[in-house]
Structure formats: C-alpha cells, structure tokens
Design a protein around this ligand. Structure first.
Ligand SMILES: NC(=O)c1ccc[n+]([C@@H]2O[C@H](COP(=O)([O-])OP(=O)(O)OC[C@H]3O[C@@H](n4cnc5c(N)ncnc54)[C@H](OP(=O)(O)O)[C@@H]3O)[C@@H](O)[C@H]2O)c1
Length: 311
C-alpha cells in the first residue's frame, strides 16, 4: 500500500466537504496605494480578484499572456477605481519569458505588497511545452517556483510581503504523491486529475520549503483553494470533458467573486499577520493530504525545480 494512504486522516476530507459550503471571511480594510501583483486576470478568479483589490484602492500589476484583453482590463480598472494598473505580458509555457518576468519584477522600485500566483490550466491529455516539460506542471507550479525564488532578495528587503498560491483541493487526487522521477508521465498513465493534482501538490510542497527559505524575513506564504467556481478552467479541452463540466460540475459551482473575497481577506486582513505556510479552503484553514506534507520530498523537489527552472 502506498505510504501516504496509511497516513490519511479521513476526517480532513470530511472537513473539506463541510468547508466547501462555507462563505469566506470578509475584509473591508483599505489597501490604498499598495501594490498587488496577480497572474491570470483575463478571466475567472483572477479577473474578480484584480477588481476586488482595485476597489479597495490598490494599484495593480497584472501578468497575462493575452495582450489585447489585458490592455482593455487595465484601462477599465484604472478608470473605474482611480488606481494605477500596469501589465507585463508573459506566457507561462515559456520558461525564458517567466525568467524575464522575474527580472522585471525584481527591478521594480516599488514594494510588492501582495503577490498572487493564480494563472493555471487543466489538461485532460498529456501535453508538452517547448521547454519539453509537462504543461500543467510548468504553468501551475514551476512558474510560481521560479518567480518566488527569483524575488527572494527583493521581498525580504521589504517591510512586509504576502505571497498567496491559488492552489486546489484537487491536490488530493495525486494519491500516490509527486513522482519526481516521472514528471513527464512516461512511466505512468496520465489523466487530467492526476496531472493537475500533481502540479498542485508540487506547489504545496514548495510552500514547505519557501516557508523555511523566507524564515527570518517578513515574507509570508500561504495557499488556498478558491472553491468550486464557474470559470473558463478546462474549456480548452474536448467535448466530453466540457459536457461533464457543464452538466455535472457547473450546476453546483459558485461565482468566482467568492474566491476574490477570500483572496482579498488572505492578502490584507490583519488576522493573517504572522500566519505562514498554511492551506485554506477559501478562508478556513485545512490540513492538506499527506503527500503534500512530505518534507523530504519537498527538498528533493526544490533541487529539481532549480535545475528545471534554470535559476
Ligand atoms: N475554477 C475552480 O473551481 C478552481 C478550483 C480550484 C482551483 N482553481 C485554480 O484557480 C486558478 C484560476 O483559475 P480559474 O478557475 O479562474 O480559470 P480561468 O478562468 O481559466 O483563468 C485562468 C487564468 O490563467 C491564465 N493562463 C492560462 N494559461 C496561461 C499561460 N500559459 N500563461 C499565462 N497565463 C495563463 C488564463 O489566461 P487566458 O485567458 O489567456 O487563457 C486566465 O487568465 C487556477 O490556478 C486554478 O487551478 C480553480
């Protein structure tokens, strides 16, 4: 039997089901003139999160791959909320672009008060990027690793910074844990749930090591599940998947505005001062699955990510 199954606390799964129905805690504190960097704001959770921060006075730096949509969004946000909105176009399927983004963020004169890693993708079939990496792993995990790693000195020098991973309860689907020796799924059968679960698991494992890495600084790093919300996630897949999504999953989905409220709370509320390395279902703390808590694996992944990310 796989070692993680023996460690499973089934009550944590029960808690997840219960927490899924809860509303997030609300924070209405101002975030005037603070800077928030968010990836993946052209739709869904990122779109409403950018709005939530702007409506509380924050300036935005949004990171997207679609320039046309991004430009319109930035203009709307700055006009509607009287805030500054800048953008950097980056496609997370290209490592060189992510490294370039890291350099640009590092060169910012302003502090980054909140950094939200939100961009993500779901693929039902195994797909590779031009860098030769499995796409979901690269977009959902490795890019956020590279950016956090590159921004270490800048963030540590600030009075304070919060990093938030938009993660997922879907990490629980990687029941066998992260297979570091088969990240390209050549030895094991790939499925959408397993690929997605592995990438989200990798991100949770990186939270363990980043929490240690940033020790002694004022940088906190937490992860959250944004709820089951209706967005464009998975729409890039085939008819069968979309049928399942629209008929089975979507009827019980909530609005991504709920996720945005939670992301505002986690980024701004004073209740989160000194809270570090935790996983939240919206704003309720939960214990991740055992395979996402394996510290030995987390350090192995650390070394592998530095090698793959060329940082
Ligand atoms: N929806 C849910 O129920 C749910 C549940 C758990 C976790 N999540 C997580 O929530 C996050 C946001 O997803 P969402 O549900 O809001 O989905 P979404 O509407 O599809 O938004 C995803 C965002 O990521 C961007 N993105 C995708 N591939 C990219 C790439 N290669 N480079 C740069 N940006 C890229 C998309 O840009 P384009 O517009 O250009 O495609 C979009 O802005 C993801 O990390 C997802 O895993 C969602």
């Amino acid at each position: 039997m796989n070692k993680y199954l023996k460690q499973y606390e089934w009550s944590n799964v029960g808690a997840m089901i219960k927490n899924d129905k809860k509303d997030p805690l609300i924070c209405n504190d101002s975030f005037l003139n603070k800077l928030v960097v968010i990836s993946g704001t052209t739709s869904g959770i990122g779109y409403y999160t950018a709005k939530a921060y702007a409506s509380h006075g924050a300036n935005l730096l949004i990171i997207n791959r679609n320039e046309e949509k991004t430009k319109i969004q930035c203009e709307e946000l700055s006009k509607n909320y009287n805030v500054k909105c800048d953008y950097i176009i980056t496609d997370y399927t290209h490592l060189s672009q992510v490294i370039e983004l890291g350099e640009k963020l590092n060169n910012l004169k302003e502090d980054i008060d909140v950094l939200i890693h939100n961009a993500g993708v779901y693929m039902t079939t195994r797909t590779f990027t031009d860098d030769g990496l499995e796409k979901v792993f690269q977009v959902n995990y490795l890019s956020s690793f590279i950016l956090n790693y590159m921004l270490k000195d800048k963030l540590a020098a600030q009075e304070k910074a919060r990093i938030i991973f938009v993660n997922s309860e879907g990490h629980r689907f990687a029941i066998a844990g992260l297979r570091l020796n088969d990240l390209d799924w050549k030895k094991h059968h790939y499925s959408g749930l397993k690929g997605y679960g592995s990438a989200k698991t990798a991100q949770l494992l990186s939270m363990i090591t980043f929490t240690k890495f940033y020790e002694g600084t004022n940088v906190s790093i937490n992860a959250m599940h944004p709820g089951n919300v209706s967005t464009n996630m998975g729409e890039n897949n085939g008819k069968l998947y979309r049928f399942f999504k629209h008929r089975i999953v979507s009827p019980s989905s909530r609005s991504p505005e709920v996720s945005a409220q939670a992301l505002y709370y986690l980024g701004v509320s004073k209740e989160l001062d000194n809270v570090n390395g935790r996983f939240f279902n919206l704003t309720t703390e939960e214990i991740p699955a055992p395979h996402a808590l394996d510290e030995e694996m987390a350090w192995k992944l650390w070394d592998k990510s530095i090698e793959l990310g060329r940082v």
